[in-house]
Write a new protein. Sequence first.
Length: 372
Amino acid sequence: MANDTDTSERSRKVSAPGPAEAAENPRGAGRLDALRRASVPIRRASARSTGVLTGLVLLCAYMALTEPIFLTWGNITNIVASNTVILVLAVGATFVIISGGIDLSTASAAAVTGMTYGLLLKNGQGALVAVGGALLAGLLLGVVNGVLIAYVRVSFLVVTLGTLAVFESVALVMNHGRTVNTFSFGAFQPVYKFALNDVGGIPYLLIFDVVLVAGAALTLKYTSFGRAVYAVGSNPEAARLNGIKVARTIFSVYLLAGLAAATASLVQIGRLTGASPTIDSTLLLTVIAAVLIGGTAYTGGEGGVGGTVLGVVFLGVIQNGLTLSDVSTFWRGTVNGVVLIVAVAFGVARARGWLTLRRPAAPGPRQKAAGT
C-alpha cells in the first residue's frame, strides 16, 4: 500500500503541469482538463474487472450443474440478503480506495452506529429519531477520520488503524458488551420490514442495492466530485495545481464511508433483529477484497462501483457454494484471503506488463534492405 503522502508512483497516471503550463491555463480550464484526464481510469477499470466477470460466469455455471437449488429464486434472494451489508460497506470503500486511501475502521464504525440505533430504541425513541441518530453517528465517525487524514495530514493507515481499535472499544462500552434485542420495540418494525419483506416477490434489499449502486456509479462517472476523486487518487499534487480542493475531496470520501457504515448497520440489525457490539472478524477483509477483486487499484486513481458489485457477488457466490456443498464456514476467511492475494497479484502483474504479449518490433530500413 502506497503512503498517502507519496505521489511519486501516481505521477505516472496524471502528470503535474509545469510552471509555464500552469501560468498559461486559467485555473478553471486546468481543473476541467484534470477532470477529463481522470475519466481515463474509469475505462481501465472495466478492463480490470473482466477477469472477475469471467470467473463469476464459470463459477455460476459450475454451481448450477452441481447444485440444482443454486439457480432458484429463493437462493438468489438469499445471496442478495446475505451480501447487502458487504455491498454497502464496499461501495463506501470504493470511493476511499479510488481517492488513494483506505478505511480499516469501517466495520468497527458499523458496530458503533448499530449500537447507537439500538440504544435509541431502548430509550423509547421513535423510528425516525433512531435511524437519524445512527446515520448522524456514522457521519461523525467519518468526520473524525476525514479531519485527521485530510486536514491534520496523518497517514490514513495510522488513523484508520487507530480508530478501528477506538470504535471497537466504544461499541463495547456503550452497553457494557451486551447486545440490544430490538425485535420487541415497535419503532424497529420499519427497519425490520425493509430488511426482510418484498414487493411482488422482489426483496426491498434488492431494490435498495440497485438504487445505491446506480447512484454511486453515476456520481463517480458524471459529477465533478467523482472525477475529482479519481484525480486526487491518481496524483494529488497535480489535482491541487489544477484547482481541485484535495483536502475537501479526501474529507468527503471518509464522510461517505461513515454514512455507508451506518446504513450497513441498519440493514444488519434488520436481518438479525439485534444490535451487537461485536463484529464479524472477516467482514473488513471481505469488504476490501470485494473492492480490489472488482478492479479498483490499491494505489488509487482507478476503479469503479460496477467492478465492486462483481467482487461482492463473486465472493457471495463462493460462500453460498460452500454452504450448499456443506463445507465448514470456517474456511470463509481462507477463501477470501486467497482470492484477495490472487486478485492483487494479477493487478500488479498487469500494471507491470507481465501479462501483455509483446509483438516483435517491425524491421527497420537497414533490415529490410538486407533482407532484399
